[in-house]
Design a protein around this ligand. Structure first.
Ligand SMILES: *Cc1c(COP(=O)(O)O)cnc(C)c1O
Length: 395
């Protein structure tokens, strides 16, 4: 039983959240696989709310690889990696990821959230009490939480503003433990100014960490992510976090970096040490997904074709989307309640576009966030934009 007084207090908080238009509700996805066309109550719903950018989560070859591995390995890893959960499959995937990223090593984590906690807490931990971590103001919550876990002092520089970072570094008595940035910003879809950030960090002797959850598989000529997008060397960042839950279509994450960094994470990263290893069958699915990513550029080409098509059609309809070079296309509305109402109205017309509200984004910048994938048709994109233009005209 909850202690007396807890329930009324929670109800009050929930009701205040509802009044502010900030109440979050999980919409249940109908049908089975994640795909653009979903069953709806009265009509099909076109899904613009997934991170499955290349359509790989429904790829039968990945499901087959997982099902074969389930037969061989069984269901679970049975222990943490340092105990007895690190299998041949885990080791093989680490090697393949290190090669794909052009780094010495790679290390698997259960989730991107935990990879970010692990890297930041470990590097900030080296500086002991009073450690400082500098981050882009719009970084993903898991990067921010890493600094909190490390009890580090967090310095948040202006979004994508390398000059602001430089000024803040100059004002510090000693260099921070690290600078961390999203590669592609998850709620804005823009790309971090990595060449400038990396030059500043090199000059100041500060390790740079990039969270490339939305860049991996999407950006660069061969899908290697934000570094490849800018033609930077793998060594221009100290640590790169990638996730399997976005373009790779599965679940889990990794850190790629040099031998010494990875070995240090194995020794010290609490979110690596004290948790069960990824199920081997999942690991085998990720290996197959990575193979497809390397050998089949057509998925990425189709995605970028859809992004270009979206831009042209949004301009034709005078819709002021941010027009980013990534699958994430935000339309800033501002007011949280109005944004939620637009998202509801779109759903009633058969289009699933999430409303992103504070505290996920800054106050007054609530937005609709359209996520494009390789599996969308041009006709579905046009129909979404027609409907959105019509709804906006009416409000
Ligand atoms: C999704 C995401 C994460 C979290 O990854 P999970 O594997 O889902 O925990 C971390 N960082 C960014 C930028 C993300 O978009």
């Amino acid at each position: 039983m909850a202690p007396e007084g807890l329930t009324p207090r929670l109800r009050e908080l929930l009701s205040a959240q509802r009044d502010a238009g900030l109440f979050r509700r999980r919409r249940r996805r109908a049908g089975t696989v994640q795909q653009p066309r979903l069953a709806g109550r009265d009509q099909p719903v076109i899904n613009f709310a997934s991170n499955d950018y290349l359509g790989l989560s429904a790829d039968a070859r990945i499901a087959q690889a997982m099902s074969d591995a389930l037969r061989d390995y069984g269901a679970g890893a049975g222990a943490a990696e340092l105990v007895s959960g690190h299998t041949e499959a885990h080791a093989a995937l680490e090697r393949e990821l290190a090669e794909f990223c052009g780094t010495g090593r790679a290390l698997l984590f259960s989730t991107g959230y935990m990879a970010n906690l692990g890297v930041i807490a470990t590097l900030a931990g080296l500086d002991g009490r009073g450690a400082v971590v500098a981050q882009d103001r719009l970084n993903h919550a898991s990067l921010i939480d890493g600094a909190v876990l490390a009890r580090a002092r967090l310095i948040r520089y202006r979004h994508a503003d390398a000059d602001d970072l430089r000024r803040r570094l100059q004002a510090l008595p000693r260099p921070p433990a690290l600078v961390a940035t999203d590669g592609v910003f998850s709620m804005d879809g823009d790309i971090a100014p990595l060449p400038a950030l990396s030059a500043i960090c090199k000059e100041a002797g500060v390790p740079l960490m990039i969270d490339d959850a939305h860049g991996l598989g999407v950006l660069g000529d061969t899908g290697r992510g934000t570094l490849e997008h800018y033609h930077l060397d793998p060594g221009d960042v100290a640590a790169r976090v990638g996730t399997f839950g976005k373009a790779l279509g599965l679940f889990g994450a990794f850190v790629a970096g040099g031998e010494a960094l990875i070995e240090t994470l194995i020794q010290r990263a609490r979110s690596y040490l004290y948790t069960t290893a990824l199920p081997p069958a999942l690991v085998c699915g990720v290996r197959e997904s990575l193979r497809i990513l390397r050998e089949e550029p057509q998925h990425r080409r189709r995605l970028h074709g859809n992004i270009r098509h979206f831009h042209q059609q949004a301009v034709n309809r005078h819709l002021s989307f941010a027009m980013t070079a990534t699958p994430i296309q935000p339309l800033i509305i501002g007011d949280a309640r109005k944004t939620a109402a637009l998202s509801d109205a779109l759903l009633a017309r058969g289009y699933w576009v999430p409303a992103i509200r504070p505290p996920t984004v800054p106050e007054g910048s609530a937005r609709l966030r359209v996520s494009l994938t390789a599996a969308h048709s041009a006709a579905a994109i046009d129909a979404l934009l027609d409907t959105l233009a019509e709804l906006l005209e009416r409000t």
